[in-house]
Design a protein around this ligand. Structure first.
Ligand code: AMP
Ligand code: MG
Length: 452
């Protein structure tokens, strides 16, 4: 079904999830590039290519503890007919052998040490008489220096070495001048290692979005405050801030805005000072105290939408302009489960877009068998909080508990969202799309990431 067809069957003013998301995403682009210390960049996106200014390894070196030799000197060596070479030096990793290995000579060499001039192979200790020498004293009591003589003067070579045996060639991993990582790469720990191996202590990434989070409502108290009659604790600011941080954004929780024009106006201006995005919760439903809508509409260019989904139908979206700087505003419903669900479907996508990873918000989606009937009852698309298990080679989805938009605990116990499409019913035993919130579940079968 195309979006246009879908729209035509919807009540006036009701827009599909996909259309709401597409309209929102028009207002988001990758944030400017910024050089940050390496460890801060995990999960961020490279804004420029990383180009090597050195080769790795810089010099050919040995992959084994052993003896650097001329391969030709070991020709034909066997346990029955070994060769004996003169040991002319001892080389630890981190040093360079000053001399050159001549015919009939060997240098005792430790893993990672550069291959001395003249040598073209390394014979590992295991293929020499190394174990027969008592070298413990030499090893334990002093750190050998480049060019030091080995603790014994000759070595017996029991096995022929092929040219280049046990040598890691210069540039085997990275060649000087090569593009090692492309702009657009999402940085994981191994990328951090690669960048460090190039000697770089900073990396240029798209800046993390700063997200101001504003709760509105006279009934709200902050956790830690004593409970008073008629009041509830503000959970949205915290669940949303945590969700923002989980996506890679930097949340800033503002003071609760009371339901007055002055309070809300002041908070919004405070929020916009340094934010890349403003997320509010509550005040967007139909019966709500009107100041919220009034202030949002007056101070910015904010529209109120009815999105064809359950939970979380009311949504506000728009922009504020401060000193030529445009700040998008996502106004989420107040009910705690709806606030998180709408963040999941719209807020995440916006944050990933600013990070420069436009598809990163998509979670693995699988087909699952419904263990019970799933239907919204009013034709809206239903994202049911579900507990998914993997049984007999397939996924099974069960309700995680109450689907009321005011009940937050079942959002916490759900590991998935089971989807019942618009104007449809998923009967017990039917298959439906399921968004896996727990990534480890995705590993059980081939899960595709897509927008649903
Ligand atoms: P509203 O959109 O203001 O009508 O709020 C809808 C419901 O969500 C009401 O029951 C509010 O008390 C509740 N609510 C609003 N904001 C929050 C919040 N920050 N934390 C927890 N519940 C909230
Ligand atoms: Mg309210």
């Amino acid at each position: 079904m195309t979006t246009t067809e879908q729209r035509s069957i919807l009540p006036a003013g009701m827009i599909p999830v996909e259309e709401a998301r597409a309209r929102i995403l028009q207002h988001f682009a990758p944030l400017p590039a910024q050089a940050v210390p390496l460890l801060e960049a995990v999960g961020q996106v490279l804004a420029v290519d990383v180009v090597a200014t050195l080769s790795i390894p810089p010099l050919a070196n040995t992959s084994m503890d052993g003896y650097a030799v001329r391969a030709a000197d070991t020709q034909g060596a066997t346990y029955g007919s070994p060769r004996t070479l003169q040991v002319v030096g001892w080389l630890p990793a981190g040093a360079v052998y000053e001399g050159s290995v001549g015919p009939g000579q060997a240098v005792r060499i430790m893993t990672g040490a550069p291959i001395p001039a003249g040598a073209d192979a390394v014979v590992p200790f295991e293929e020499t008489d190394e174990q027969e020498h008592d070298t413990t004293q030499g090893r334990a009591t002093k750190t050998p220096l480049a060019g030091d003589t080995a603790p014994h003067e000759t070595v017996r070579i029991d096995v022929e070495a092929k040219p280049r045996a046990n040598i890691r060639e210069a540039g085997e991993d990275v060649r000087d001048g090569e593009v090692v990582l492309r702009a657009g790469t999402v940085i994981r720990p191994a990328h951090i290692g690669v960048i460090a191996s190039l000697g770089l202590d900073r990396v240029t990434v798209h800046r993390r979005p700063r997200v101001a989070i504003l709760s509105t409502g006279d009934e709200l108290l902050r956790p830690g405050e004593p409970l008073a009659p008629g009041k509830i604790y503000d959970s949205n600011a915290y669940s949303l801030a945590a969700a923002v941080a989980d996506c890679g954004g930097v949340p800033r929780i503002l003071e609760v805005a009371r339901d007055t024009v002055e309070a809300l106006t002041a908070r919004i201006h405070e929020a916009l000072a340094d934010a890349d995005m403003l997320i509010t919760s509550a005040g967007v439903s139909r019966g709500d105290f009107d100041v919220v809508k009034e202030v949002l509409a007056r101070e910015g260019n904010v529209g109120f939408w009815t999105v064809n989904m359950r939970p979380g139908k009311p949504l506000a979206f728009g922009t504020f302009e401060v000193g030529g700087h445009v700040v998008p505003h996502l106004g989420l419903p107040g009910n705690p489960a709806s606030a998180l669900m709408t963040f999941e479907l719209f807020g995440r996508a916006a944050i990933y877009a600013m990070l420069g990873n436009p598809d990163g918000w998509q979670r693995p989606v699988v087909r699952a068998r419904a263990a019970q009937r799933i239907a919204s009852g009013d034709g809206r698309r239903f994202y049911a909080r579900a507990t998914v298990t993997y049984e007999d080679g397939g996924y099974v989805a069960r309700f995680a508990g109450s689907q009321s938009s005011g009940v937050l605990t079942t959002t916490a116990s759900a590991n998935a969202l089971a989807i019942c499409p618009e104007h449809a019913v998923v009967d017990a035993g039917d298959e439906c799309d399921v968004i896996l919130l727990d990534e480890t579940l995705a590993a059980l079968s081939a899960a595709e990431r897509r927008a649903v």
